[in-house]
Design a protein around this ligand. Structure first.
Ligand code: HSE
Length: 283
């Protein structure tokens, strides 16, 4: 069987709603081979179906390749699902790669896969880092294609994720958002997200602390995370770290300039159980 892996990702990074993402050195692994009949193993049986995201991505890529055939895949799903760590984008990218490796002789470029996978996912912010790694800024162009620029993230910054013992759905978290935003919110978002890229790329933690404010999604989604206000206050109290919602949540992303930050976290009085994981960026 052929093996490959796809990284866990975090999307938005505060004000970069639906456009910024980061890849972690923490992966779902896939083993694949050609087969006459679709068979997906290693995951929950509900994902061994024609309408799974993996299979939709496989079929969409086969259509682009103009090929017929199926697969036997075994997934090692390390990235928890419905937690804001890009598990949907992960399996979509894996489905595209499976078709490209088994039937396309790797003819499609990462950029081609980025287009196919983003159409299935609906937005590019988790898909881009799952394919290109690092910090990615993505945009939908006037011709309907997606463009992405990748940056390496500074080694001066340390990342942890706080993963709770409950799930939320992206669909529900998107329904909570307003249909329209004010000009002030638009200007705030543009200016903060430009400088977030600079802070992550250069490792300027003081800048990062100043510009990670989001007005587009976090104020509306925090009600889905009962401990959000408490943890944010605790984590940011001494300026030790910044805390953001990872993707649509409920995982929280902690960025610090101290590598032992997670040991100092104070999570004793929380309602949920939180699993702290320190992660390196996959540049
Ligand atoms: N940008 C997306 C959102 C990421 O926040 O809804 C989750 O897929």
């Amino acid at each position: 069987m052929i093996k490959f892996k796809v990284p866990a990702t975090t999307a938005n990074i505060g004000p970069g709603f639906d456009c910024l993402g980061l890849a972690f050195s923490f992966y779902n692994e896939y083993r694949i081979e050609k087969s006459d009949k679709m068979l997906m193993e290693g995951c929950k049986p509900k994902y061994n179906t024609k309408d799974s995201l993996f299979n939709k991505a496989f079929e969409a890529t086969m259509k682009v390749l103009k090929k017929k055939g199926s697969y036997h895949a075994i997934e090692t799903p390390n990235v928890p699902s419905s937690r804001g760590l890009g598990s949907s984008a992960n399996v979509i990218v894996a489905g595209c790669k499976t078709a490209n490796i088994l039937y396309g002789n790797n003819k499609l470029s990462d950029y081609d896969i980025f287009q196919i996978a983003t159409i299935i996912e609906g937005h590019p912010d988790n898909v881009a880092p799952a394919i290109f790694g690092g910090l990615t800024a993505s945009v939908k162009l006037n011709n309907g294609k997606y463009y992405c620029k990748k940056y390496n993230v500074s080694k001066n910054l340390y990342f942890s994720v706080l993963i709770p013992d409950f799930k939320t759905s992206t669909e529900m978290a998107r329904k909570l958002l307003p249909k329209k935003y004010s000009k002030e919110d638009a200007v705030s978002t543009i200016s903060h997200s430009i400088l977030i890229i600079e802070a992550l790329r250069s490792g300027n933690y003081e800048l990062l602390k100043t510009v990670c404010k989001d007005v587009i999604h976090e104020p509306y989604r925090k009600k889905l995370i009962p401990d959000y206000d408490y943890i944010k206050k605790t984590v940011e109290k001494n300026g030790d770290a910044v805390l953001l919602i990872s993707g649509s949540g409920p995982t929280l992303l902690v960025i610090s300039n101290k590598n032992n930050f997670s040991k100092n976290l104070y999570l004793k009085n929380t309602k949920a159980n939180w699993n702290i994981k320190s992660l390196k960026i996959k540049n």
